[in-house]
Unconditional design. Sequence first.
Length: 428
Amino acid sequence: MKKTTILIVMAVLCLFFKVKAQSAITKIPLKVGDTIPDIVLNNVLNFKSKTIRLADYKDRLLILDFWATYCGPCLEHLPVIYSLQKKLGDKVFFLPVNPSIKTDTREKLIKFFKERKKVFDLPSVIQDSVLYKLFQLQGLGVYVWIKNGVIRQITDGEDVTEPIVLKVANENNIKLRQLAFTENDYSKPLFINGNGTHLPSNYFMRSMLFPYSPNFRGGGFDTDSLGNVTRIYQYNIGIRALLGLAYPEINHFRSRFKIRSKHADMLIENPVTDNELRKSAYCYEALFPPTSRDKALQYVRQDLARFFPFELDSAKIVDTCWVLSLSKDKKVRAEGAGKKGTNIWEGLKLPVYFHGETVADLRYDLESIWNRPVLDETGYSENVWLDLPGDLTKFDDYAKSLAKQGIILSKELRPVEFLIIKDRTDSN
């Protein structure tokens, strides 16, 4: 009976201590000012025992050095902490900690220390699966300074020098440059859905390309006081317009383009409906250090080339065009009364006035609206005053109206230089 009672009490005590130990490490990650749990570490090499209990080193400064054999700076620092350990003796205890990784096997680490025993002879926790997770470290070459069971500092190797180690060992309120760790999931992109908190304000470059979003409007260039470009953005535009942003020299082609691509469905011109916008419109933004406009556009071209499978070329092609020429019977009105300017872009099917503008301007406007090549063969450079029909889709009515005002609009075959949008040879 007594034996049974003793066994029950021992079982309860074991359960109690197990729960207590687990509750002590529920606060993750551990940070400066936290108390380190009373942990027993297994898998210790080069030590008087195969385990180390952290609480046994409360009487001195304990510095954990997280390292791995593939970390160059870590290897360079092992002789440094070995030298400090020998010099400072019982004031400090350096404990290298090798996290549980596939590359650093137990056999490899035993061989590693054996071959370097003359350079440094340090204990090390190997295949650690406890401390690295407790601190949620984001790399190696990290040093955790523990004194009286409390985490005092978390630094890199720069502060691990004799004067600083002695100062921290002898005083309690020493403030060093702390490593700031941001909690993030390595398997997911940074700064999306709160991963890594918020985007840092001191980044150097950033570019984004994402699908149509009705929440965004606008586009343009931001510049600094010297005129250098710092930002380029364009929201909810088609690929052709994006290419025009990256290659301004192609914008004069307007409707003079040919698509020779198996991805032609991506190049819907002037998407209007919500379905067309969602299929073919994109938002783009790039931020970078102040640079020239040419360099900034080079960044844009590189970004677009990473995602879109197109390249640009040009060629002269004989094609059907609308041609503007002077009438032999009627003179063009070069001046007149009424409002100067034009309402040709309003598209309200109201009578169009085109007053005090050039034939070159008319050619540009008609080509943009009709989305087909329009050539100016009038040779006329003076301003004109024209009154035109409101329905721009009725080409015959436009031709008759223009003929009455001294300008012939005819459909002709002409060799015209076209922009060719084709698949890149390196795209799938």
